[in-house]
Design a protein around this ligand. Structure first.
Ligand code: HEM
Length: 243
């Protein structure tokens, strides 16, 4: 039943996005508009973009693991990704995914604060996890990290003359402050993912029974440890091998 409702909502959402607006009757348009405006609609959008961003993180970590195979292997992997037409198109989808996820996250947070009120929010505190209560703050810190990260790697690698992508990464982790900031950010990312993973599946109506919820929680736990420790090991490893 929940899955059917979800599919219906998804259908209306995509209809709203892609159909010629003039061809839809005004009442249908109002219903669709209310769906997008509703918290459920926002949560579904957050979940879809969240799952997309989590898939990106898995791919990104896999490419970064080539750093352990040496300079040639990593440079080859990065240049393969850069030449690949599908990846180049996906870069725009990724940017859009980030923007939509951030904007809808902020709106959902403001709406929830208004709906719950300060008193109810305090009661809610005792039953919700630390990860869920801090989503907006961890999200903001991840955004700060992302700006720094793009300035450190993407901009110099794409728009400046450099002899090796590998050297750009290795040189950054020579600096203890950068290594610390990166590892701290991965820890914050872990907290964000610890709630985000299971919440995405719940919002999509995919954890309706106890058994499924149990497995989604287990998978979420495995995923956030994998991402958080995988990225951290890279930064720490390259920091220490240079001493
Ligand atoms: C040790 C950890 C990490 C390393 C060594 C690393 C390395 C890199 C490198 C080398 C690039 C440039 C790729 C290119 O220009 O083709 C890049 C881009 C990027 N990274 Fe990371 N990254 C790390 C962690 C992260 C994390 C945790 C996130 C997300 C929260 C992230 C998000 C991005 C994004 C959005 C881009 C731009 C996308 C693109 O150009 O394809 N990175 N990273």
């Amino acid at each position: 039943m929940i899955q059917r409702n979800f599919l219906l909502k998804l259908k209306y959402f995509f209809k709203y996005l892609y159909e010629d607006r003039n061809s839809i009757s005004s009442s249908t348009r109002m219903n669709q508009y209310h769906l997008i405006q509703s918290s459920v609609g926002k949560k579904v959008i957050m979940a879809i973009t969240g799952i997309f961003l989590m898939s990106f993180l898995s791919l990104h970590l896999s490419v970064n693991l080539f750093l352990f195979y040496g300079e040639e292997a990593f440079n080859e992997a990065v240049s393969f990704m850069r030449r690949n037409a599908i990846i180049r198109i996906l870069e725009y989808v990724l940017a859009l995914g980030f923007i939509v996820h951030i904007l809808f996250g902020i709106r959902l947070h403001i709406k929830n604060r208004k709906l719950k009120g300060e008193e109810d929010y305090a009661v809610q505190k005792s039953i919700s996890s630390f990860g869920s209560r801090t989503m907006i703050y961890t999200g903001f810190l991840i955004l700060c990290f992302l700006v720094l990260h793009l300035m450190n790697f993407m901009i110099p690698m794409k728009y400046s003359n450099h002899n090796s992508d590998y050297n750009v990464v290795v040189t950054l982790f020579k600096n203890p402050i950068y290594t610390f900031v990166y590892v701290f950010s991965f820890f914050i990312l872990g907290i964000h993912l610890s709630h985000g993973f299971q919440s995405s599946f719940q919002s999509l109506g995919l954890s309706t029974n106890k058994k499924r919820l149990y497995w989604i929680q287990k998978l979420g736990c495995f995923y956030f440890w994998l991402i958080c420790s995988g990225f951290s090991i890279i930064a720490i490893w390259f920091f220490f091998i240079q001493w």
